[in-house]
Design a protein around this ligand. Structure first.
Ligand SMILES: [Zn+2]
Length: 790
């Protein structure tokens, strides 16, 4: 069995070596005729073969819109399941009517079995509880019972990792449909599917990835049957659901869809409060602490209730089942869904156990989030409710489902963090739940967009706060500076280091949406962004649809942007190389050190206090240049120049973006980058009324070492200490301690620009500790200054 592989690899090596030697021969033979560029230059984006085929067949277009022959599969699920709350077992039957809208005859069907992630014999990149996965007692297709196949030929079924492969009795013809029937059961993991479902404290269950669900067969990939490995998330088609959950009385069930038999499961007083909440702009407590004492469901003869839900146009269905949670509900304005000039409303809800105090505000947060996202995306929230569910013990952060999200207790966090996670998880209702991207391969299309949306929601809820850009940039540039980043277009489960998923899925693609907005301007950006989201609502966009839509909408060829930021790991690092005054004026030379080309926006401060804005267009860098000159005419004295003063782009090295004539007055033994940076940073402190005090501090420290300085402080005086390290250093912390070495103030953020502000409690000697991390040289230089406020 190994020999064919060996001979294959020899063949591949031979093929690979031939063109390389041919190239070398040519280069030698025609020396001097090959022009070596100073830098890599972005080329047109190369479409995947599947995407090219889709354009040829008319299912996609080069404009980033679906083609005239676009199709997608759909299904109708009828699911009935019984929960054993003591044994933590779920037993169910699933009937799937699967409609084949594709032009292909399907000889195989793929059903996702995410619970098999908990079998002991499947591959994983995150750890998992072993609960055994699915047991099937009946599998049928087209009314024919199927047997498990040892060799997957002929009608029958086989399990493969987290997939169930079904060979139907006859192929499913284009335009035809087939009914699958599956009877199944499994042990529910406590922390399931990587903390995305499970149970907690014998009073709470969250059912997600809980039923056999069709994998996606699409026009670009065909069957997308990549297994669930615990990290990259999900991809599913839109479907209708008819779900009946059989649970003991006294447990509240809420989930995706509409509850059809409210009168059979909820007492009148709870239903009345729901009706009241549906027209209320202030939160109504639908299930209260008193209800938890007296009961909040109806009773039944057999002690069990069957909760019946239906849902349309959702890509999944998830349910919370709790006997100990409060239920807060308020209406939220989702904008004008029908185009009749009237606003529509949905219910924003929070379901939480009373010990989690921070959750008492969550319904309000959900109300704001849903209204904001409806406006910001230009897609009014289409569903009847959006419910945030407290599921501490299962999850620390949050996880999204259509109309539902499970979030941790946030007991140790801040209100702002609670708002932020609520806005994030509910924003997922748009991507991937409405704009249904393939998260398994392209996590960035989902999480990056959602980070951008929740950041903007946050700034709207807390006026005056950052819109999330700074956090996204810091997260991305922190990894990019180390040089260990993997490209976004890599499949999300196959990164150099699984730990880079946070940058790959979240902060880099999030950063790029802020970057695009700043580069294109808000109007052009939102025309493209909202247009893309609207165009692909209830469809499956691929990366090239996103790229093409933006290029078409803005009328700009943005291939250089997509290739630079999505296919490569090139970084943005623009620097002021020199500023020199001559007879013709002041020449500012900008050097593009990094390989990512971007427009260079210069803010030039003049001696008379005026400022000039100049832009070096990106075409300069795209033509292969590494440097460009901006000339300020003679007679206007330049005292300061900054590239990207607004922080619009994710430059990995800001210390070289700045030049100031004032830096030349600082001691020459400090590297110029430190002098420039001290001048740049101290401006803000001087504006706040601080005055520089004493000599500049400076030193050189090796990695993981501390440089300590002793200073005398006066009781009651407000001080600020600023520290800056050279370009080789990524992270320094700053601390001030009293004589007993107890900390007075510290800045331990993962950055290279710490600043401490504090008031000295007593007069005497104190120690300043500068702690060096991530020094990329044998030692790193730092400089600092102490300020006092009068
Ligand atoms: Zn997310």
């Amino acid at each position: 069995m190994t020999s064919p592989i060996r001979s294959m690899s020899v063949a591949i090596l031979t093929v690979l070596f031939l063109p390389i030697s041919a190239t070398q021969a040519t280069a030698q033979g025609t020396a001097g005729t090959v022009r070596k560029l100073e830098r890599p230059v972005a080329n047109p984006v190369v479409l995947s073969p599947g995407f090219r085929r889709a354009i040829m067949r008319g299912t996609r277009t080069e404009r980033g819109e679906p083609g005239p022959d676009y199709w997608q599969q759909s299904a109708h699920y009828t699911i009935s399941a019984r929960l054993d709350v003591v044994e933590k077992r779920l037993e169910g039957t699933t009937r799937i009517l699967y409609r084949n809208a594709s032009p292909d005859s399907l000889t195989r069907l793929v059903v996702q079995l995410i619970q098999n992630f908990h079998r002991d014999d499947v591959p994983r990149i995150r750890s998992a509880e072993i609960t055994g996965g699915y047991t099937f007692t009946h599998v049928a297709a087209a009314d024919q019972r199927l047997e498990e196949l040892q060799i997957p030929r002929g009608p029958g079924y086989a399990t493969s990792q987290t997939n169930l492969l079904i060979n139907p009795p006859a192929p499913v013809a284009p335009g035809d449909s087939i009914v699958l029937e599956l009877d199944w059961s499994y042990q529910i993991p406590q922390v399931g599917a990587g903390g995305r479902m499970g149970w907690n404290s014998d009073d709470f269950f969250f059912l997600a990835y809980w039923y056999p669900q069709m994998a996606v067969y699409d026009d670009v990939v065909r069957w997308q049957a990549d297994p669930f490995l615990g990290q990259a998330e999900f991809y599913s088609d839109f479907a209708e659901y008819d779900v009946t959950l059989d649970v003991p009385q006294g447990w509240l069930v809420q989930g995706t869809g509409e509850l059809l038999n409210e009168n059979e499961v909820l007492p009148d007083r709870i239903i009345q409060r729901l009706r009241q909440a549906e027209v209320s702009d202030t939160v109504v407590h639908v299930v209260t602490e008193a209800d938890l004492e007296t009961g909040f469901t109806r009773a039944s003869a057999d002690g069990r209730l069957r909760w019946h839900f239906t849902a349309d146009s959702v890509r999944d269905a998830a349910y919370s089942i709790t006997r100990a949670s409060l239920w807060d509900v308020v209406r939220t304005n989702v904008g004008d869904r029908h185009g009749d000039g009237q606003p529509e409303y949905s219910r924003a809800e929070a379901i939480f156990r009373p010990a989690h105090e921070r959750w008492r505000q969550t319904a309000r947060y959900a109300q704001h989030s849903i209204a904001f996202h409806s406006r910001h995306t230009g897609v009014p929230y289409p569903y009847s409710h959006a419910t945030a569910v407290e599921g501490s013990g299962i999850i620390g952060g949050g996880m999204e489902f259509p109309m539902m999200t499970i979030i941790g207790g946030y007991d140790q966090a801040s209100d702002r963090a609670m708002y932020s996670v609520t806005a994030h998880e509910l924003a997922h209702n748009w991507v991937p739940m409405i704009v249904s991207v393939d998260e398994r391969r392209r996590a960035w299309m989902d999480e990056g967009t959602t980070d951008f949306n929740d950041g903007n929601a946050f700034a709207d809820f807390y006026p005056g706060s950052d819109d999330g850009k700074e956090g996204e940039f810091a997260g991305y540039t922190g990894l990019a500076r180390t040089g260990h980043e993997g490209a976004l277009m890599r499949y999300s489960d196959f990164l150099d280091t699984p730990g880079h998923y946070g940058v790959h899925a979240y902060t880099k693609p999030g950063s790029l949406l802020y970057t695009l907005r700043n580069m294109l301007g808000g109007d052009a950006f939102y025309r493209a962004y909202q247009g893309y989201l609207r165009t692909w609502s209830f469809k499956h966009p691929k990366p090239w649809d996103f790229f093409n839509y933006f290029s078409a909408s803005t009328g700009q060829d943005l291939d250089w942007f997509w290739q630079t930021w999505y296919y490569e790991t090139w970084v943005l690092d623009q620097a002021i190389a020199s500023v020199t005054a001559g007879d013709n004026g002041t020449e500012i030379i900008v050097r593009d050190i990094g390989d990512a080309p971007m427009p260079s926006r210069l803010t030039i401060t003049l001696a008379d206090g005026g400022t000039l804005e100049r832009e070096i267009p990106v075409t300069t860098w795209l033509a292969g240049a590494r440097t460009a000159t901006v000339t300020v005419p003679a007679g206007r004295e330049v005292v300061q120049v900054e590239i990207d003063a607004q922080g619009e782009f994710p430059d990995v090295m800001r210390k070289n973006n700045f030049w100031a004539v004032a830096a030349s007055t600082l001691p020459a033994e400090l590297p110029l980058a430190i002098r420039n940076e001290l001048v740049r940073r101290r401006g803000a402190l001087l504006d706040e009324g601080y005055l520089a005090e004493g000599e500049l501090l400076s030193g050189a420290v090796v990695d993981d070492a501390t440089d300590r300085r002793s200073i005398a402080l006066e009781a009651g005086v407000q001080y600020a200490i600023l520290a800056v390290c050279d370009q080789e250093c990524m992270d320094i912390d700053l601390r001030i301690a009293d004589a007993a070495d107890s900390t007075l103030a510290e800045d331990t953020r993962p950055d290279d620009t710490p600043v401490l502000k504090f008031t000295a409690p007593a007069s005497g000697q104190y120690d300043i500790d500068l702690i060096m991390f991530s020094c990329q040289a044998s030692s790193c230089t730092w400089g600092g200054q102490i300020f006092r406020r009068q």
